[in-house]
Design a protein around this ligand. Structure first.
Ligand SMILES: [Zn+2]
Length: 337
């Protein structure tokens, strides 16, 4: 299969040995940069014939724990300490990161819904195409670090795609176990095929994503967990062996299999939440009160969980619009399915 050429170029040679800092250059002529390019910072470390790892943060621009962990990692090694290839992209949607927004202000698109992309499309579409065709297929493993951003809070978890390729699924699961988050979320058939996870699956490259809490700030516990998770995977791949692993990882494995997994906002109003991410809840238990704050003569309603499980995520907002996710409940993964 021939690969459509990309308009995006790297200003460093990713195949060259050594420790290099450079940029992907996105040609997009707008009012701020009519004849130049929009940069995406890269750190590329290469030495020897070992395996290769691509680590991405800032896929969404208001999720800062991943970029912080990657910036910590980037200071940790020189190229002669590495056997293999590490490409760090701390802020994939760099314009979104600079704007502290989920989507890219250049084209209002969501990076994790833009794959397989378009070489002649908008900046986000061009970037998705570049990743899908020029980067992802060249790596032995990929980590894509997310969090709940401003809008939501996740229980800390790593995400492994349940591929129909059973070898790839086992490799995804292995990466998730090594990363060390206390919950592993199996992404099943409902995973959006426009995500980076799906792009990695199409390329048969083992990959995990992670959800590192949320809220739109930088939680120190989440950043440290991501930092040690990346180091554990570098050790597993025999690329860089700095971390001593003493503890045996403990984790729950969950999936979303129930059609009523999400409680959505029934109207515009105030969600008066009674539970938090990671809580184990029962069917019929109260998730919180929904107050019609613009119609105070209207009785508040109690929103109840429709099935039992673990709260994977909840809204980080007080005032919400109709249709917003208020709570998302996952079940224990049933390996027999
Ligand atoms: Zn995200």
């Amino acid at each position: 299969m021939s690969v459509n050429p990309s308009r995006i170029k790297s200003n460093i040679d990713l195949n060259k040995n050594g420790h290099q800092v450079g940029e992907l250059m996105i040609p997009w002529s707008d009012n701020t940069t009519p004849l130049g390019y929009h940069p995406i910072p890269l750190i590329n470390v290469r030495n020897g014939k070992g395996k290769s790892l691509l680590v991405i943060g800032g896929n969404h621009g208001d999720e800062f724990e991943g970029p912080a962990a990657i910036m910590r990692i980037s200071q940790k090694f020189s190229s002669n300490e590495v056997n293999g290839h590490i490409l760090l992209i701390p802020s994939l949607s760099f314009n979104a990161v600079k704007n502290s927004s989920r989507t890219n202000p250049l084209d209002y698109k969501n990076m994790n819904r833009a794959f397989p992309g378009n070489p002649d499309g908008s900046p986000t579409e061009m970037l998705a195409h570049y990743l899908e065709t020029h980067l992802i297929p060249n790596f032995d493993a990929i980590i894509d670090l997310h969090s709940g951003g401003k809008a939501s809070i996740f229980t800390p978890c790593s995400l492994a795609t349940k591929s129909t390729n059973s070898r790839l699924f086992q490799e995804n699961l292995e990466l998730a176990k090594i990363f060390g988050a206390p919950t592993i979320w199996i992404l099943g058939q409902n995973n959006d095929n426009r995500s980076l996870n799906s792009a990695a699956e199409r390329a048969n490259v083992p990959m995990i994503a992670a959800e590192l809490g949320g809220g739109g700030g930088v939680d120190p516990d989440m950043t440290s967990m991501a930092e040690s998770g990346i180091l554990k995977i570098l050790k597993h791949l025999d690329i860089f062996n700095s971390i001593q692993i003493t503890e045996k990882p403990q984790f729950d494995i969950i999936e979303i299999s129930n059609p009523s997994a999400t409680i959505h906002a029934p109207s515009f109003g105030l969600f008066d939440r009674l539970t938090k991410a990671g809580d184990i809840v029962s069917k019929g238990q109260s998730a919180g009160w929904f107050h019609y704050i613009s119609e105070p003569d209207r009785a508040s309603i109690e929103l109840k969980f429709k099935h039992s499980g673990k709260i994977l995520a909840h809204s980080n907002r007080g005032v919400v619009k109709k249709g917003e996710m208020l709570a998302l409940v996952a079940n224990n993964y049933n390996a027999k399915e």
